[in-house]
Design a protein around this ligand. Structure first.
Ligand SMILES: Nc1ncnc2c1ncn2[C@@H]1O[C@H](COP(=O)(O)OP(=O)(O)OP(=O)(O)O)[C@@H](O)[C@H]1O
Ligand SMILES: Cc1ncc(C[n+]2csc(CCOP(=O)(O)O)c2C)c(N)n1
Ligand SMILES: [Mg+2]
Length: 308
């Protein structure tokens, strides 16, 4: 299949429809009509085979994941997904691989109501970049910088399950809840939109709970106290590894794509959310163990350029 047949078959016929799409794939650029009274939220993420997902991950999961991690950034901003661009670097033009990739990608795109409006396709090592655009009512985006002393720190979901799922995958266990958490992250879009005007700050967990909470604290100029006893855990996660491995996955595993947010005073916790700590004015992050004493060594999150 040549480059233009590939684009026609997989990306022109199936893409491009949706609200505000004046012109989709096929020209030098897409033409889009933003909704009146809204601001645009844009984000981009690259996924590299072997670095962001195992080389033997099925193409349908790669398609889902590439969009999911991007939608999660829109969720963290409280945005409604609208349009996306897809840049694909492929080692070869396998119709079977592309069919499966598109199944995963378009399944989530339909679920989230986002239209693919353009992209780029080149030959090279397997690498996928997705750029997403969403909308928020003007001035209502959720930021990392709004956390204030006394705010409750909350999460809805079990951090660590995705990292445990990846470890299981790499050990050859490829079914079950943990593996699904890694292969098919569910961006918390509805929660993000519900948090507008309710959360003082929000971020999605990609690098690890502590690392991403650290970004909120830095941007807000505050500190925090986390209570280990309040951290959500599931039977699947606690049955997966030693207590130490589970704790490391919960605090620093990454790949969770769960929203971590701080609640404004006076608001109830959203359904399914739990409080795991509190913002304080004293800078730094204290993680209190079962005995109420701060842990002395905290695991670091994902860093592409950390030197060992
Ligand atoms: N090359 C770059 N040029 C401009 N801005 C960048 C660049 N790389 C990162 N940034 C910005 O730095 C901030 C943090 O980027 P990062 O990729 O760590 O995002 P994240 O949401 O924390 O994590 P994830 O990529 O997993 O979603 C974002 O606002 C991003 O737009
Ligand atoms: C094969 C494989 N090995 C390790 C990991 C873990 N990992 C890679 S990048 C990243 C942070 C988010 O990426 P970014 O900051 O680029 O958005 C994490 C937690 C993985 N997902 N797949
Ligand atoms: Mg993010």
């Amino acid at each position: 299949m040549d480059e233009f047949a590939l684009i026609r078959q997989f990306f022109r016929q199936r893409a491009g429809h949706g609200a505000g799409v004046v012109l989709g794939p096929g020209d030098d650029g897409a033409v889009l009509a933003p909704s009146p009274g809204c601001e645009l939220v844009m984000s981009i993420d690259t996924l590299i085979s072997g670095r962001h997902f195992p080389e033997d991950l099925p193409a349908a999961d790669i398609g889902w994941r590439s969009l999911a991690v991007n939608l999660s950034d829109l969720a963290a901003m409280g945005a409604t997904p609208r349009w996306c661009l897809l840049s694909l670097s492929l080692p070869d033009a396998s119709a079977d691989w592309l069919e499966a990739f598109c199944d995963g990608f378009y399944a989530l795109a339909e679920q989230a109501g986002i239209a693919l409006v353009g992209g780029d396709t080149v030959r090279g090592p397997l690498m996928i970049t997705v750029q997403v655009t969403g909308e928020v009512p003007a001035g209502r985006a959720l930021l990392r910088s709004g956390a204030r002393p006394g705010d409750r720190i909350c999460i809805a979901g079990v951090p660590g399950e995705a990292a445990a799922g990846l470890a299981q995958w790499q050990a050859g266990v490829r079914d079950g809840l943990l593996s699904a958490r890694f292969c098919r992250p569910q961006p918390q879009l509805a929660l993000g939109q519900k948090l507008r005007g309710v959360a003082s700050a929000c971020i999605d967990i990609s690098d690890g709970l502590l690392a991403d909470l650290g970004h909120v604290l830095d941007e807000s100029g505050v500190g925090a106290e986390l209570l280990l006893t309040q951290l959500p855990v599931s039977d699947a996660l606690s049955g997966w590894g030693s207590e130490e491995a589970v704790l490391r996955a919960q605090l620093a595993g990454g790949d969770d794509y769960l929203l971590l947010f701080t609640l404004l005073p006076g608001f109830n916790l959203p359904r399914d959310a739990v409080q795991i700590g509190r913002i304080r004015s004293e800078t730094g992050l204290a993680v209190l163990g079962r005995d109420g004493m701060p842990l002395t060594a905290l695991p670091a999150g994902w860093d592409h350029f950390r030197t060992p």
